[in-house]
Every structure is written in C-alpha cells, then in structure tokens.
Design a protein around this ligand. Structure first.
Ligand code: GLV
Length: 323
C-alpha cells in the first residue's frame, strides 16, 4: 500500500519522527531556528495527506485551498490560533493539539516569570554582569513581594489552575476571572471569582492566560493598564495578540504599572529594535512556556499520534473543538 505523505514544519524529537515514518512518507523542514517558508509549505502540501505543524506557522484558507488531499492537521501545541479551524472543518480536515501534558510545565514558567519580574531577577543579573555593582545598597534593586500578595488570574483553565495552586503555596490571595465559575477550586484554594474590572483594579499580579482568538484580541489595553495599581506586575504567557503592546509600553514607561513579564508577543519573534526591549522593567522570554525536555518530547509524541489517527480515519487523541 502506498504511504501517505506527511509534511513536518520543524525539527521534532527523533522518537516522534520515527513514529511518523512508520506510517507515512515524511517531508521535514529539519531546522530548529527557522520556520518553514509559507511558499514551500504551500508547495509541499499539494500532494500531502497530513500536516504536522507548530506555533508560528500560518495555516490559513489560502494554504488549505492548495492542499486538496489534506486529511489531518496536527499541531505540537495546545493553542491553535494560527490555524483556520473553521476552514479546516468545512473541508472535513481533522485538527489535533496537545492539551494536558504541558499544563504543569507552563504553570511553572508562568510562576518563574512572575517571580523574576517582581524581584527584578534578570535586570539584577545584567547589572552584575555589566559591571555596575560597586557596593551593597539599602534600596538596590528593590522589587515587589510575592508571598501574601493578591494574584488575579484571567482565564482559569488547566494552566490557570496550575498557577493558582502555586500561588496558594505562596499564601497569595487568589482572584480569578473566567467564562465559567470553578466552584470546587474556589473552595479548595480559597479563590474568589470576580469581574475583570475588580480583578484588574485589585490585583498586585495580573496574570493573563486566556486563549488567543479574534474575541480576545487586545482584551488588555490602555483602559485596563490605567486601572491597574502602580505596583502591579503584569504577566502574559498566553498569546501576544491578547495585549495591546503599545498601551503596555506606555504603561510601563510612565510607571502606571510596576513591571511586566512576557513570554509571548504580538509579532514573534519580537524585533530586536522593539521599544519594549529598551525598558528595564520588562522581563522577556522567547515563547518557552512548555519548553522542558520531557514535556516537549511528550507533546511531539502526542502530535504524532494525533496525525497518524487522522491519516487512518480514526478519532484523534485530542481533537480541537471547532466551535
Ligand atoms: C504554546 O504556546 C502552545 O500553545 O502550546
């Protein structure tokens, strides 16, 4: 039997690649650092049945128009805002993702970013490395306390819950806003549900974990930053498009808020010349929320299994809800 052709848009862990090769003919863009060019992807998809995609690939209608044999798209991510899921559904193309396995790893990173931004960890490290440290100072690199402070989590899904559990360990007062109430969690962690406005005006730490979509685009902008406390630390490990970066820049520059920790950006990779990178009170990371060796390996394997299931007309392990 002739094997299906599968296109893989990035270098992926060997185990996952081997799995795919058992079931299909694989074309792989075998680079860690550079994404597969859109034109090449379009070309390669002309006779492909499967697409193994990654964060940053743009899987839109124009691309799908030129992929007549495509049966399944599998992304090695939980988020799928880069895929036109409606167009895929219209064509009967299954879409898979990798929720669950990355929850704790991403919650770890979110908390690490929160602590780094609050206590100026990266800024302090640079200060030492760059030779500025001449003496101990009573107010040198003073930051914000985490233990016992109020955290406001926007988006109480799996990762939000993971962050809330970590916050409980730091004796934080936990506020959250979500599409639905999490009554069990409220009881267990003494978390309080509140409106966006209440959360934003009250929290010392505002942590954004809402999925990226047309509805959540710029959900945090000038109005919200103006409402935050002057000591507020804003953390985003969801999607950069959820935040109006210009407004964030102004809020940080004018000290309307204290600091920000960002793992995601409106444009990724963020340009080296971006004004946000000039500010000392911003801690930035290159979209590494789920990037532990173990978790990325698990994600790669699940994405491979999703893809193979789709090729064989079976239910995907984790199928994207196309609503
Ligand atoms: C990463 O951002 C993911 O969605 O898994």
């Amino acid at each position: 039997m002739e094997k299906h052709k599968v296109v893989v848009t990035r270098k992926i862990p060997e185990q996952a690649l081997e799995k795919l090769k058992e079931h299909s003919e694989v074309y792989i863009w075998n680079y860690e650092e550079k994404p597969m060019p859109y034109e090449l992807l379009t070309e390669q998809l002309k006779d492909a049945s499967g697409l193994y995609t990654n964060v940053g690939d743009q899987i839109d209608k124009a691309l799908l128009d030129q992929a007549p044999y495509l049966k399944v798209i599998s992304t090695m991510a939980v988020g799928f805002d880069n895929i036109d899921v409606k167009e895929a559904a219209r064509r009967g193309i299954a879409v898979g993702h990798t929720p669950g396995v990355l929850t704790e790893t991403t919650a770890d990173l979110t908390f690490a970013l929160l602590m780094a931004a609050a206590r100026r960890v990266v800024e302090s490290s640079d200060y030492v490395r760059e030779g500025h440290w001449k003496s101990w100072g009573p107010m040198l690199m003073t930051g914000q306390d985490i233990y016992g402070a109020t955290i406001g989590i926007i988006g109480m899904g799996r990762i939000g819950e993971g962050v809330a559990r970590r916050a409980a360990g730091f004796n934080m007062n936990i506020l959250y806003h979500n599409r639905s109430r999490r009554f069990e969690l409220e009881k267990e962690l003494k978390a309080s549900y509140c409106s966006m406005e209440e959360l934003i005006t009250t929290a010392d730490f505002v942590v954004l974990l809402a999925p990226g979509s047309a509805q959540t685009r710029h959900m945090i902008g000038e109005k919200q930053f103006k409402q935050m406390k002057p000591n507020a630390v804003f953390i985003n490990t969801s999607r950069g498009t959820n935040v109006d970066e210009k407004a964030l820049y102004e809020a940080l520059k004018t000290k309307e808020i204290w600091a920000a920790g960002l793992d995601v950006f409106e444009e990724e990779p963020i340009a080296e010349s971006h004004p946000l990178l000039k500010l000392p009170n911003v801690t930035v990371l290159p979209h590494i929320g789920s990037a532990s060796v173990a978790t990325r390996t698990k994600m790669a394997l699940i994405a491979a299994e999703n893809l193979i299931a789709g090729l064989e007309n079976q239910e995907l392990l984790f199928k994207v809800n196309s609503k």
